[in-house]
Design a protein around this ligand. Structure first.
Ligand code: SF4
Ligand code: SF4
Length: 225
């Protein structure tokens, strides 16, 4: 598959969704005075998918296994910035105010989180005119174009896999044993002053019980693990 792409600078990838962050990026985000959410999702994992299932492989590498009653599950913990009506770093003329240190997801968009996951233009936030032939070559024969982009996508994947054990510890420290099934639930929001607590030890933040409680009242539906 060949895909051309030209960013229209519409800014739609900077508003209206949750921006996934690595732990390092989340700490930086908190230091800037912006909130970070802890998201937790349980995926039923009855049969081990084949290694050729790249989406499943991606999820497996970022998750830990558990049981919900008799149901085998895998649980993914993610840090994310709620962008709401606009990223706090988005200027009125749709420019990024932290361009040089923007998170990996911003650097690689609209590329997928793994180069092995098929890029479907319609699933991205970019308008149709961004995908017209004649733009910059983004993909040739199913492979992203450019060693820099390929390295960034791989780095993002590697970082999310490397972060998984610590995020699992965060979940444990929060005492979270229930979450939504195959969906995301906000477990808490943390202000800038909490960045130091996150850095200095994941088990001693006094607001965590509150964060857990406030999160748990917000759409908790499914699982124990
Ligand atoms: S950090 Fe910059 S590029 Fe990323 S969502 Fe915010 S404004 Fe957009
Ligand atoms: S949504 Fe797509 S076209 Fe619009 S600013 Fe983001 S990357 Fe560019």
């Amino acid at each position: 598959m060949d895909i051309d792409f030209r960013c229209t600078e519409c800014g739609d990838c900077c508003r209206g969704f949750r921006l996934p962050l690595s732990i390092e990026e989340a700490l930086s985000w908190l230091h800037d005075g912006n909130p970070v959410e802890v998201l937790c999702e349980a995926i039923p994992w009855v049969d081990e998918p084949p290694l050729t299932n790249f989406v499943a492989t991606f999820k497996r590498e970022r998750s830990f296994s558990g049981m919900s009653g008799a149901l085998p599950i895998r649980v993914i913990v993610t840090l994310a910035a709620p962008l709401g009506s606009g990223c706090p770093n988005l200027s009125t003329d749709n420019q990024c105010k932290i361009y040089e240190r923007r998170p990996r997801t911003c650097r690689t968009y609209p590329a997928e989180a793994s180069r092995l996951i098929e890029l479907v233009p319609q699933s991205r936030r970019c308008p149709p005119e961004a995908w017209q032939p004649g733009g910059q070559p983004l993909m040739r024969q199913g492979t992203y174009v450019g060693s820099k982009l390929i390295a960034l996508v791989q780095d993002k994947l590697t970082q999310s896999v490397n972060d998984a054990p610590l995020l699992s510890s965060l979940r444990q420290a929060l005492g979270v044993h229930r979450t939504a099934l195959s969906n995301e639930v906000a477990l808490g929001q943390y202000g800038a002053k909490c960045a130091r607590r996150l850095e200095s030890g994941l088990t001693h933040c006094p607001i965590w019980p509150f964060a857990r409680l406030s999160g748990c009242t917000k759409g908790l539906t499914a699982d124990t693990f």
